[in-house]
Write a protein that binds this ligand. Structure first.
Ligand code: F6P
Length: 338
């Protein structure tokens, strides 16, 4: 069989480990031919591809980013002045010209939605979920999340020094798009005093009360972890700057702001993410060999499994208020915005 692999959406630690997992299993175990497609779906529109060999797949397990390049190209998005014509048709032509038996789409929610639509058009597709945000529906965890939580936790650990030495409130904004997974896990692991998640909303007066209450209990410093997706209306491009100002004004305590940004998704994947990516990649190759197309590989607990792409497309996995880490945090006096 001949398979194509593309990576689409934001880069994320563990993509190269996945490409290696799919590619090496396909070549060495199943005797398949593997084509790497450059820059996500753009590579299929422009036929920008390379042959992947056992050799080119070596030395990339611990490498951040993606050796194939990526883009946020969405071929089904209708743009009025789109002069490129019918993008899905172009993708079909490249798929056919390359003689592919299957296309592996490594990406987050947007990518899985595109993958599902291509599958609906009759392409043989396998999806592999990827994102630091951990918000892909249908899998318990995505690779990249553990690495991002590690980086954010390390940053929070470091902010404790300035918080306690200067008796300040330190606000830190973490990524996660519309989901609060990174904020919840890094906030709890970093010993935050306030954690604000998009899923729970917040009342700034309650946040200020919690910070003042700590001060009255002899702790004039606090760490506030803010998910980038919390709703603050149109007040500021960065929610953390709005929260920082509101806390400074509401409590009278000196307050500082840190936005972690792209640091969270750069660099080497954690050992956990490398192994997760390797397992998901290997399982993707197995599904292809068994001709089980139209599926996304996923994790259920510690088991590798798969789910129909048609079930995944267009959904989001978000934090629920009943999450055990929230329940436990609340029992320990951590403020979740209310
Ligand atoms: O999905 C990963 C992510 O890093 C989100 O956490 C963030 O909101 C978004 O990508 C940023 O996207 P871009 O790379 O297009 O700025």
């Amino acid at each position: 069989m001949k398979i194509g692999i593309l990576t689409s959406g934001g880069d994320c630690p563990g993509i190269n480990a996945t490409i290696r997992g799919v590619g090496k299993t396909a070549i060495m175990h199943y005797g398949m031919e593997v084509i790497g497609i450059h820059s996500g779906f753009i590579g299929l529109l422009n036929k920008d591809v390379e042959a992947l060999t056992e050799r080119s797949l070596s030395g990339i397990l611990n490498l951040g980013g993606t050796i194939l390049g990526t883009s946020r190209e969405k071929p089904f998005r209708k743009i009025l002045e789109d002069s490129d014509g019918d993008k899905p048709q172009k993708i079909y032509e490249t798929y056919r010209d390359l003689g592919l038996d299957c296309l592996v789409c490594i990406g987050g929610n947007g990518t899985q939605k595109t993958a599902s639509r291509l599958s609906g058009m009759g392409f043989n597709i396998i999806g592999v979920p990827k994102t630091i945000d951990n918000d892909v529906w249908g899998t318990d965890i995505t690779f990249g999340f553990d690495t991002a939580v590690g980086i954010a936790t390390d940053a929070i650990d470091r902010l404790h020094s300035t918080a306690s030495s200067h008796k300040r409130v330190m606000v830190v904004e973490v990524m996660g798009h519309h989901a609060g997974w990174i904020a919840l896990y890094a906030g709890m692991a970093g010993g935050a005093d306030v954690i604000l998640l998009p899923e729970l909303g917040f009342d700034i007066n309650k946040v200020n009360e919690a910070i003042l209450d700590r001060a009255h209990r002899g702790k004039p410093y606090s760490i506030v972890v803010v998910a980038e997706g919390i709703d603050i209306g149109e007040k500021s491009p960065h929610p953390s700057s709005y929260i920082t100002q509101a806390i400074a004004e509401g409590t009278g305590i000196e307050t500082r702001d840190t936005v972690l940004g792209y640091i969270q998704r750069g660099g080497n994947p954690s050992p956990f993410d490398r192994n997760l990516a390797t397992r998901l990649g290997g399982h993707a190759a197995e599904l292809i060999a068994n001709k089980e197309f139209g599926k996304m590989v996923c994790m259920r607990g510690d088991e590798v499994a798969s789910v129909a792409l048609s079930e995944v497309g267009g959904k989001l996995k978000v934090v629920t208020p009943e999450h055990d880490l929230i329940r436990q945090g609340e029992r320990m006096g951590i403020n979740f915005g209310h």
